[in-house]
Design a binder for this molecule. Structure first.
Ligand code: ACO
Length: 429
C-alpha cells in the first residue's frame, strides 16, 4: 500500500524528511524544518506568479484545464449558461446551493431593491475629469461606498456581511452605468427595479428620453449569459487581490475596489479590447495567413488565444461564440466576426497553435459582442467586474469562514546587499 507522503533527502546535510501529502499538496510550512544549519531559516518555495501554489482550499469553482471543464459549485458552466440566470448563479456561488423558489424570490427582491446609490456618489463622480476612464471611476466609487456603510467593517458579523454582499452585487451595475454616463456626458439614468438585473443595466446604460426603457429580450439574455460566464474563475488575479486585501479584515468595499483594480490591468480584464484592435488591424480575411506567419515568427501574440489553465479549450469561448450569433440577429452582424471565425479556423489547423495548445479564450468573442451591443471599449473591464462580483463575494466569505485563514503575507528570497555602514551625503561618490 503506497504511503500518502513525500520523502525528501536534503543533499546538503544527508538528512531525510517525510512530509504528508493531502489532496495532492504538501504544506509549504512543513518544508521549514529542512535546514542546512542550526541558524538556517528553513527551506521555502520560490513561486513568482503563484504558478504552482495553492493559497487556499475552496469549494466554489472547479476547473480542469486539460479537459476544458468549468463548474460552479459542481454545476457545469454549459448547464448554468443554458438553464439558469445571473442572479440565480450569484446565489449559488454565494450560498453554495441553488435557491428554492422562495429563497430566489427573496434574493432577487433584495438585490433589485439595493440598486440605488447615495446621491452623494454623484458629487464624487462630478469630481472626476470629463473624460475619466469608467474603470478608474468604478474602482474609486466602489472604495467610496465604504464611507456610506461604516458598519461594513464588522466582517465577523454574518448578517452585516450578507447585507454588504447584496449591496455590492446590486450597486456594481449602477456604479458601472453611472461611470459610463459620466464619461460620455449623459445624465444618469436611475435603476428600474421592475427589470431583470441585465435588463436594468441596459436601461441605466442606454435609456434616453423614453418614459420606460424596454430592453431587447435577446440582448438582455445575452448579457445575462456573459455575466454568468464571468461570475467566478477560482484563484485568478483579481480574486487573489480580493482574498489578499480582504485577509487584513478590511471592509468588503475596500477589498472589492482592490479586486476591481487588479481587473483593470490589460493582462486580466483588458484582453477583449486587444482582440478588437487586432481584428481591426487585420481588416480583411485575405490578410490572415500573413498575420499568422508573423505570430509564428513571434512578432506578437494572437490576442484572445491561450490561457494559463485551459490547454484544450475554454468552455466559455464555445458558449460565447453561439451568443454572438444570437446578438447579431438583433444588432446586425459585426463585420469583425468573419475575420474572427476565419482566424480561429486557420489557427486551429496550424501545427504551431496545436502543439502550443493554444485555443480561443473567453475574451476572443466577448469584445465583438459587446461592441455590437454598443458598449464602448472602455466599459469592457467594467462589465467583467459586474459579472465577477458574486465570485469575489463568495471567495471573500469563504476565506473569512476558513479556520486556516491567515493574513496574506508571502515571504521573499532576499537578494540585496549585506549589512553596510551609512555614508553621509557629502562623502558619497
Ligand atoms: N499567441 C501566440 N503564442 C502564444 C500565445 C498567443 N496568444 N499564448 C502563448 N503563446 C506561446 C508562447 O509564445 C509560448 O511559446 P514558447 O514556449 O514556444 O516560447 C507558449 O505559448 C506558452 O506561453 P506562456 O506565456 O508561457 O503561457 P501562459 O500560460 O503564461 O500565458 C496567456 C497565458 C497570458 C493568456 C497567454 O496565452 C497570452 O498572452 N494570450 C494572449 C492574451 C489573452 O488573450 N489574454 C486573456 C486571457 S483570458 C482572461 O484573462 C479572462
Amino acid at each position: 500500500m503506497p504511503k500518502n507522503s513525500l520523502s525528501i533527502t536534503d543533499n546538503r546535510t544527508g538528512k531525510t524528511y517525510e512530509l504528508p501529502v493531502e489532496q495532492g499538496a504538501i504544506k509549504a510550512l512543513d518544508l521549514r524544518q529542512i535546514k542546512a544549519s542550526h541558524d538556517d531559516f528553513g527551506l521555502m518555495t520560490y513561486d513568482p506568479g503563484f504558478t504552482n501554489t495553492a493559497c487556499c482550499k475552496s469549494a466554489i469553482t472547479y476547473i480542469d484545464g486539460d479537459k476544458g471543464i468549468l463548474r460552479y459549485r459542481g454545476y457545469p458552466i454549459e448547464q448554468l449558461a443554458e438553464k439558469s440566470g445571473f442572479l440565480e448563479v450569484a446565489y449559488l456561488l454565494v450560498h453554495g446551493e441553488l435557491p428554492t423558489t422562495t429563497r430566489f424570490a427573496e434574493w432577487t427582491f433584495q438585490i433589485t431593491n439595493h440598486t440605488f446609490i447615495h446621491e452623494n456618489i454623484k458629487h464624487l463622480l462630478d469630481a472626476f475629469r470629463y473624460d475619466a476612464h469608467p474603470m478608474a471611476v468604478f474602482v474609486s466609487t466602489l472604495a467610496g461606498l465604504s464611507t456610506f456603510y461604516p458598519e461594513a467593517h464588522k466582517i465577523r458579523d454574518k448578517e452585516v456581511r450578507s447585507r454588504q454582499v447584496i449591496r455590492l452585487i446590486a450597486k456594481a451595475a449602477t456604479l458601472a452605468a453611472f461611470a459610463h454616463r459620466k464619461s460620455v456626458g449623459m445624465p444618469y439614468a436611475y435603476p428600474d427595479n421592475d427589470l431583470s438585473y441585465a435588463g436594468n443595466f441596459l436601461n441605466m446604460m442606454f435609456k434616453t428620453t423614453e418614459t420606460k426603457y424596454h430592453p431587447d429580450p435577446v440582448l438582455e439574455k445575452a448579457l445575462d449569459v456573459l455575466f454568468i460566464l464571468h461570475a467566478d474563475h477560482e484563484q485568478n488575479c483579481s480574486t487573489n487581490a480580493m482574498r489578499g486585501v480582504g485577509s487584513s479584515d478590511v471592509d468588503p468595499y475596500s477589498a472589492t475596489a482592490a479586486a476591481a483594480a487588479a481587473l483593470y490591468g490589460p493582462l486580466h480584464g483588458g484582453a477583449n479590447e486587444s482582440v478588437l484592435n487586432m481584428l481591426r488591424e487585420i481588416g480583411d480575411v485575405k490578410r490572415i495567413p500573413d498575420y499568422i506567419k508573423r505570430v509564428k515568427a513571434r512578432e506578437f501574440r494572437l490576442m484572445g488565444f491561450g490561457h494559463r489553465v485551459y490547454k484544450n479549450f475554454d468552455p466559455r469561448a464555445t458558449i460565447i461564440k453561439k451568443v454572438a450569433y444570437d446578438v447579431f440577429e438583433v444588432t446586425g452582424k459585426n463585420p469583425l466576426i468573419d475575420i474572427a471565425v476565419e482566424l480561429e479556423r486557420i489557427a486551429l489547423e496550424d501545427d504551431f497553435f496545436i502543439s502550443h495548445k493554444l485555443y480561443p479564450n473567453v475574451d476572443y468573442y466577448s469584445g465583438i459582442i459587446y461592441e455590437a451591443m454598443r458598449f464602448p471599449v472602455a466599459m469592457f473591464p467594467v462589465m467583467f467586474a459586474i459579472g465577477r462580483m458574486p465570485g469575489w463575494m463568495a471567495q471573500w466569505e469563504e476565506m473569512l469562514e476558513d479556520p486556516d485563514h491567515k493574513i496574506a503575507r508571502p515571504l521573499q528570497v532576499y537578494t540585496g546587499s549585506e549589512e553596510r555602514k551609512f555614508v553621509p551625503i557629502e562623502k558619497r561618490k
